[in-house]
Design a protein around this ligand. Structure first.
Ligand code: ZN
Length: 396
């Protein structure tokens, strides 16, 4: 089966991630794809295969040669920002033309300059009503195609294939059974442009802001009322205004308020805080705490309470300790005659968490673009190049 055939098969499964659950994956429908993958893995005669209660597959293959085992990871679920039901992909010979999708949507180079690189290639697009699911079924198709190739030729090192569920709701890394891991490091195949190797992610914190006001009849409130909404806006405005996602790029950090609810009595706001630098993010947290402390001092009671939690760290801290990981990747690109560049992710990956749990995991591309929406497309040529790279990484 070609990588395209596999890809088309995997996107026919609806696997939208929903709300997190304790006892299973967020949407039982994604288990249909998990079953399909198990059905495809078993005939390849793995040494060991297990599926945990969240539907995460860990499958090990015996290898030849001297190299250590290496893991390859991809996720079966798709984002809930667009429907993933009845995906109708079409394959287009792309020559730079506008592609008319339904509902008046047009996929054009003007809006999406990344399409320039796809001229002369076949691309796979949606019909405009759903996402495509290339994130991350392109990753699964690349891994499965490469795996079949190396196993058939008995040319593989020991391999561990991990297909996770609920990556899109950030619940996959915590559900991976760490005791099963047999590889010192791995690769997530979950990026866009095939040239990009990602070894840096944000360090990430969540900040829940709870405000307890003092509600008094407005007619007799003078000197007594503490309006929780006003306290929130004061707190928010005291954080550096231009350190927000809409004003920052590249290495710049931000505070992002994602949700606010409130009335004069109580208010609640959810923030995320992101930076590539541990010292910088600590200073940002200090500033938020300092601001809350000053407001509390003035009001004479704890009207603002902050609950700040780490979500993940910049994986570069861990990956840097294993120079052989990047040596292997660079060798694979060079031997395939392909260019590469290092890219930092303004976000997190499964690897950001797994790197700190003992499985350092840089992220590699899949050829998938505009993920999480109706304009998503996959460049088949890039997907094929990634099969070449991943095959090299799997070889003995
Ligand atoms: Zn993904």
């Amino acid at each position: 089966m070609t990588v395209l055939e596999r890809f088309l098969k995997y996107v026919s499964f609806e696997t939208t991630a929903l709300k997190e659950r304790d006892d299973s994956c967020s949407n039982p429908l994604m288990l249909n794809l998990v079953d399909e993958l198990v059905k495809e893995l078993l005939p390849l005669e793995p040494e060991e295969i297990s599926i945990n209660k969240f539907g995460i597959i860990d499958c090990k293959f015996k290898g030849y040669g001297e190299k250590n085992s290496v893991a390859f990871l991809a996720h079966v679920d798709t984002s809930n920002q667009a429907s993933g039901k009845d995906v109708k992909p079409s394959i287009i010979d792309y020559e730079g033309q506008d592609i008319k999708l339904s509902e008046g949507r047009i996929l054009s180079i003007k809006e999406f300059p990344s399409l320039k690189n796809a001229i002369g290639h076949k691309i796979i697009v949606t019909d405009g009503t759903t996402l495509l699911g290339g994130d991350d079924k392109a990753g699964i198709a690349i891994i499965m195609t490469s795996l079949n190739k190396v196993l058939k030729e008995k040319n593989n090192r020991p391999l561990e294939i991990i297909f996770t569920t609920d990556e899109e709701i950030g619940a996959d890394a915590e559900h991976v059974s760490l005791r099963l891991l047999s590889s010192p490091y791995g690769y997530t195949i979950d990026g866009g442009d095939y040239r990009f190797i990602s070894i840096e992610s944000f360090t990430a914190y969540s900040m829940e802001v709870s405000i307890q006001g003092r509600s008094i009849h407005p007619g007799s409130a003078k000197g007594k009322m503490v309006n929780a909404v006003s306290i929130f806006t004061e707190f928010h405005d005291s954080l550096p205004k231009f350190l927000r996602p809409e004003y920052t790029e590249q290495r710049q950090p931000f505070y992002h308020v994602c949700e606010v609810k409130g009335c004069e009595d109580t208010a609640h706001a959810s923030y995320i805080i992101r930076s590539f630098d541990e010292d910088e993010i600590e200073k940002m947290i200090e500033l938020a705490k300092f601001t809350a402390m000053r407001i509390n001092e003035r009001e004479g009671y704890e009207c603002i309470h902050l609950d700040i939690k780490n979500q993940y760290h910049n994986m570069k801290r861990v990956i840097d300790k294993y120079p052989e990981i990047m040596q292997e990747v660079e060798k694979a690109y060079k031997e395939s005659g392909l260019d590469y560049e290092y890219e930092m992710i303004r976000g997190g990956t499964t690897g950001s968490q797994l790197s700190f749990k003992g499985l350092p995991c840089p992220n590699l591309g899949t050829g998938d673009y505009n993920c999480h929406g109706q304009y998503e497309y996959v460049d088949l040529n890039e997907m094929e190049k990634m099969v070449e790279i991943v095959t090299k990484l799997m070889e003995k």
